[in-house]
Design a protein around this ligand. Structure first.
Ligand SMILES: *Cc1c(COP(=O)(O)O)cnc(C)c1O
Length: 341
């Protein structure tokens, strides 16, 4: 049985589900972890997560297939990325086994919250690690919490793939050798103000350029950028301050292996957008958002269209979503089934 929600009209808002997973790190090791119904945390007032931003997070989704089974999409990649984020912030790694077990247990315990097949809605999973315990000085925490909670979310696009417009920000979300490549809250705290300025001007979000030279595209809000050149190449930026999107690396594979395109990870100069026939932003939450146009100073550059999705972006989207919901064959290892017994 699935819950009686208005699946077709769900947005991206918090809805309390029944269970979340929580594990604690103390005296050099993680405990087994357990499911709990309590959606609040009781932590020490000196916790490093509160004062010094010692925390990181992940985001992935559970997808209901036609046969009623439930898919996770590349959770091992989220586990690996969280291990890198933990390394960067001097937090203990969550082993891949613990990470995937936690995700599976949360999905299984909340399976009534996984939308029926065909609604486009999914169960969003939010794993995170925070530094906790008695402390006041700038140092790594004595204890840590790893938790995963779940929240049903709607299809990002209700009426088909609609393009959004973006504006180039004068601010940076990360420094050249800072924490841009780690999925940490600090980067998001830094992005709230530039994001607000963009939205006040009716843009969906802002585009961040490389923090060193401010000449190359790095991120589109909290998603990665890709462009389809007029000669049908898939190009996406490469930089040590970009957060490596798992969706982006999946699209690189799909573009090459299934669409037969040449794929390039390289520089995308903000003054050379004319080379592109289409552009998009990609990430777990937004899947693929077609980029209609980009405002840069006084110049507004339109890619394919401000109202219609381009043909290559559409094919990439259909292939990716088809794999995630189990309708199209997945490359080996991409789909992990949640045992529901
Ligand atoms: C999470 C995130 C993305 C998207 O990554 P996915 O693995 O595709 O969900 C892109 N940019 C930033 C800054 C992110 O935090």
């Amino acid at each position: 049985m699935t819950k009686n929600l208005d699946w077709a009209n769900l947005g991206f808002s918090y809805i309390k589900t029944d269970y979340r997973f929580i594990a604690r790190w103390k005296d050099g090791k993680w405990d087994e972890g357990e499911l709990t119904t309590d959606n609040t945390l009781h932590i020490h007032e000196g916790s490093t997560a509160i004062h010094y931003g010692q925390q990181c997070f992940e985001g992935l989704k559970a997808y209901r297939c036609k046969d009623g089974s439930i898919n996770l999409f590349r959770p091992d990649e989220n586990a690996k990325r969280m291990q890198k984020s933990c390394d960067r912030l001097l937090m203990p790694q969550v082993p891949t086994e613990l990470f995937i077990r936690a995700c599976k247990e949360v999905v299984k315990a909340n399976q009534e919250w996984v939308a029926p097949y065909g609604t486009g809605a999914t169960l969003y999973l939010r794993p995170f690690v925070i530094g906790v315990g008695e402390n006041i000085g700038v140092r790594s925490a004595p204890e840590f919490i790893f938790s995963v909670f779940a929240c049903p979310v709607g299809a990002y696009f209700k009426g088909g793939l609609a393009p959004s417009n973006f504006i180039v920000s004068e601010y940076d979300r990360a420094a050249p050798y800072g924490t841009g490549a780690a999925k940490v809250g600090g980067n998001y705290a830094a992005s709230l103000y530039p994001g607000k300025l963009a939205k006040e001007r009716n843009f969906a979000d802002c585009i961040y350029l490389d923090p060193k030279t401010h000449t190359k595209i790095e991120e589109v809000g909290s998603a990665n950028f890709f462009g389809i050149t007029k000669d049908n190449k898939f190009i996406t930026p490469i930089s040590p301050s970009i957060l490596a999107s798992i969706t982006k690396y999946s699209l690189l594979h799909i573009a090459k292996e299934r669409l037969g395109m040449e794929t390039i990870e390289g520089d995308v100069f903000i003054d050379q957008l004319d080379q592109f026939a289409e552009a998009g932003a990609c990430g777990t939450a937004a899947v693929i958002t077609p980029v209609g146009g980009i405002q840069h100073g006084d110049n507004f550059h339109v890619f394919y269209s401000e109202t219609e999705v381009g043909p290559v972006t559409k094919r990439l989207y259909e292939e990716l979503v088809g794999i995630q919901f189990g309708d199209r064959p997945a490359p080996e290892g991409w789909i992990v089934k949640v045992e529901l017994d």
